[in-house]
Design a protein around this ligand. Structure first.
Ligand code: LLP
Length: 431
């Protein structure tokens, strides 16, 4: 193998995989494995692609891309998107803390999530987030109370469940169908909106939807908007004049294997046509689209094994480092960093004591052996953020690359970190 671009941001130079201009084997030597490596250039490129498409499709409609922090909450990645001009979409006090650390101000933040606590809501009001996406009548009433206690009026957008069917690859990432836990059931939406209109300590500033993840086509968004727009009209004719925002959520798809990625131009054109004349600012919450392809997980082959007529490649990265293959049966392309010869079909598995601990099943690979480095692609979204310490495995390092430079953005956890909050000698309290 010679030169060649695999995923923009990652290419082979003299047969060796590089992230931008830095060799992945150099990074593995310096930082060890497993390690996540992100190309910041690739993050910027995705943001710019989406923002340009939106700006050119609807130059006269105010809009902002709020990166969904759950996809990759690394401070260096957040900072990069902040510098690009993005806002953020957060779902916890932890993500709020990270967003603030990365330099986002309150007005850059929308606060989503199905189960926010009173403390989290209070915290969000203290930093004056742009709005809170409220998902139930109970949450609305709690927010009204928390805001009243603080003497402020909380800006609220109601997340409506448009109850449309979405073709996404796994049922766990569909969120906008009837009966899901997310959002306000469509039939209750008008009632809850009118309640928001009358409660004294909230202002109904918007409506919100998020219909699922890894969606490649515009159609389900169009169907959902066909449900939301009549609601806007109904509310306005009932005297609600405070609506300023329409949040369309995230969900734009990327390519893991050979699926079609989201067509951002088609998406932007669809949005432009659907929101024309509404007089609302449009908020987007993409996560995966902005970061998935920027990242690889670097792992080293520890052993080869044959069992029951099957070949196994055992690596030092497992399901605790990247859970998507085992949790969603997700496909992640795997390539050796240097290109050995030969061909095998093997299960690529980790060291975790679970039969479900795999990165790939029955995968065509070059004939890799102990010591070889593997790059697991499209790991920049829902990779490190879903990593755990299962089997008391320290979580991997995160490295960012920018052109010909690289830096450790998150140190690899140390063994002491594993027990930092634990006590072997207990301080008993009496009942
Ligand atoms: N907004 C809300 C309210 C969300 O719940 C999500 C994702 C997003 C935005 C961003 O969606 P995206 O643009 O990334 O599709 N762990 C799963 C994905 C779970 C998505 C959860 N919500 C995975 O690894 O595929």
């Amino acid at each position: 193998m010679g030169q060649g671009v695999l995923t923009p941001g990652f290419a082979r130079v003299d047969g060796v995989l590089h992230a931008d201009d830095v060799s992945l084997s150099q990074i593995a030597d310096a930082v060890g494995t497993p390690a996540y490596v992100y190309s910041l250039g690739r993050v910027r490129e995705q943001y710019t692609r989406l923002e340009r498409a939106l700006a050119s499709a609807m130059p006269d409609v105010p809009h902002r891309v709020h990166f969904s922090v759950k996809a990759n909450s690394n401070l260096a990645v957040l900072r990069t998107l902040q510098e690009c001009g993005a806002g953020v979409d957060i779902v916890s006090a932890g993500e709020l803390f990270r967003a603030r650390e990365a330099g986002f101000g309150g007005a850059d933040i929308v606060f989503s999530g199905v189960g926010k606590t009173a403390e989290e809501l209070a915290h969000a009001l203290d930093v004056q987030v742009l709005f809170v996406n409220v998902e139930s009548e109970g949450e609305l009433r709690l927010l009204n109370q928390v805001a009243g206690d603080r003497g402020v009026v909380a800006p609220v957008a109601l997340r409506i469940n448009p109850e449309v069917t979405v073709e996404s690859p796994h049922e766990y990432i569909r969120t906008g169908e009837k009966g899901h836990k997310f959002g306000i059931p469509y039939d209750d939406a008008e009632h809850v909106a009118m309640l928001a209109h009358t409660l004294p300590n909230v202002e109904l500033v918007g409506l919100d939807m998020h219909i699922g993840s890894q969606i490649a086509v515009w159609q389900p968004y169009a169907e959902a908007l066909d449900r939301i727009k009549p609601l806007i009209a109904t509310l306005r004719s009932a005297g609600v004049q405070s609506l300023r925002f329409l949040d369309l959520g995230g969900g734009l798809a990327v390519t893991y294997e050979n699926e079609a990625p989201a067509d951002v131009e088609q998406f932007a054109a669809g949005v432009a046509a659907a929101v024309r004349g509404l007089g609302l600012s449009i908020v987007f919450e993409p996560g995966r689209f902005l970061v998935a392809e920027s990242g690889v997980l670097l792992a080293r082959v520890l052993y080869r094994k044959r069992s029951g007529g099957k070949d196994y490649v055992i690596t030092d990265a497992g399901m605790n480092d990247l859970v998507r293959p085992s949790h969603y049966q997700a496909y992640h392309r795997i390539e050796p960093v240097s290109a050995p010869h030969g061909a095998i079909v093997a299960d690529v598995v980790g060291p975790v004591c679970e039969s479900g601990d795999f990165l790939a099943l029955a995968r065509d690979l070059p004939d890799v052996g102990p010591g070889d480095l593997l790059a697991v692609f499209t790991a920049g979204a829902y990779g490190f953020v879903m990593a755990s310490n299962y089997n008391s495995r320290p979580r991997p390092a995160e490295v960012v690359v920018d052109g010909d430079r690289f830096a450790v953005a998150t140190e690899r956890e140390r063994l002491e970190d594993l027990v930092r909050l634990e006590r072997a000698h207990l301080q008993w309290r009496s009942a």
